[in-house]
Design a protein around this ligand. Structure first.
Ligand SMILES: Nc1ncnc2c1ncn2[C@@H]1O[C@H](COP(=O)(O)OP(=O)(O)OP(=O)(O)O)[C@@H](O)[C@H]1O
Length: 336
């Protein structure tokens, strides 16, 4: 079942145009909008929330257009990058705020706030004020406040980007756990590809003003359709070759592409396996924690290979000048 859908949506400012032909968020899905700064992620999220109106197109919740509904009637919970807590209210009051606005009975508010506090691991801190909390704890309060109203859809705009690396990693795991536990449909905005890979069921990669590709994390990682998606998700090898009889070759390195003419072959460094031999030159190598990245040259083209140290068929100290290579997985990029 599709929970949220954008159909032919257009948003324009003087110097920016955002156009989304179609984007669907399924029930209970964790969908991430991933892309560089300024590509339109936040604007997309704000249109789903109802803070921003598209010039054209429809935004549908459960198949019904919500273009004219204000944010508070859309059944959403939202968490921002800067937490946006009320500084003069305790944690309890911050979380209870939405429920009090709805006029729920005291006992019900108490019960729900306790539930939300436990969900985000903040029991015992309910009487503190935001300034007495760490950044990570403040973001947990913001998350509890969004969830306590039991929204149908949870929207998160770069919720971890003000936190340091360790806390960020811990909290992203918790957001994922809570999302699964509640089965809540979630749209998450980030520019961090590792974060997106770690938490998402599907990722919509955005380039300036449009969605480039939507897919499961590994599908996008290993089978990107465009160079932009390939490069945004990680280190990439891209070779421009000419295919004949269904094969494109660079020296002895051949790819069965099943088509003729110009092709762009893509593969990740970790799909390149090396063994003793003399087909390609080792230009350089770099040690990474537990891994090694080799810079190789084949017929004037440079490719990167990345292997775990313990699967290298020779010691780093005896690095040969030449090796043989095998690419075990590749895809053909769409023509641009
Ligand atoms: N209210 C506005 N008025 C005019 N231009 C705007 C407005 N809001 C956003 N923009 C422009 O729209 C473009 C996309 O902004 P948006 O915040 O959606 O991008 P983003 O991908 O979320 O980037 P970031 O990661 O930096 O937040 C930017 O060029 C921005 O300047």
């Amino acid at each position: 079942m599709v929970r949220v859908e954008l159909k032919g949506v257009l948003k324009e400012w003087e110097d920016f145009r955002l156009s989304i032909e179609r984007l669907k968020v399924k029930d209970s899905e964790f969908l991430t909008l991933l892309g560089p700064s300024g590509c339109g992620k936040t604007t997309t999220l704000r249109m789903i929330a109802g803070f921003e109106k598209p010039e054209r197109g429809e935004i549908l919740f459960d198949g019904r257009p919500v273009n004219d509904l204000p944010p508070y009637e859309r059944g959403i919970g939202i968490v921002f990058q800067d937490y946006a807590l009320f500084p003069h209210m305790t944690v309890f009051k911050n979380i209870a705020f939405g429920l009090e606005m709805k006029g729920l009975p005291r006992a019900e508010i108490e019960r729900r706030v306790r539930w939300a506090l436990e969900l985000v691991g903040l029991e015992g801190l309910e009487n503190r004020y935001p300034e007495q909390l760490s950044g990570g704890q403040q973001q947990r309060v913001a998350l509890a406040r969004a969830l306590v109203v039991e929204p149908d859809v949870l929207l998160l705009d770069e919720p971890l980007s003000n936190l340091d690396a360790k806390i960020r990693e811990r909290l992203r795991g918790e957001i994922k756990r809570i999302q699964r536990e509640l089965g809540i449909t979630t749209v998450y905005v980030t520019h961090d590809q590792e974060e997106a890979m770690a938490v998402s069921d599907r990722i919509a990669v955005m380039n300036v003003g449009h969605v480039e590709q939507v897919g499961k994390p590994l599908e996008l990682y290993y089978r990107p359709k465009t160079e932009f998606v390939a490069r945004f998700l990680g280190l990439s090898n891209i070779l421009e070759l000419k295919a004949e009889n269904g094969r494109a070759c660079l020296g002895g390195l051949c790819f069965d592409v099943g088509r003729e003419g110009k092709v762009r072959i893509f593969f990740r460094p970790e799909s390149v396996y090396v063994r003793p031999g003399d087909a390609v030159e080792v230009l350089d190598y770099e040690l990474l924690p537990g891994r090694i990245r080799l810079k190789l040259e084949i017929e004037g083209s440079v490719i990167l290979a990345e292997r775990f140290l313990d699967e290298l068929p020779f010691g780093v100290e005896e690095m040969p000048e030449r090796v043989d290579v095998e690419v075990r997985s590749f895809s053909v990029l769409e023509a641009e």
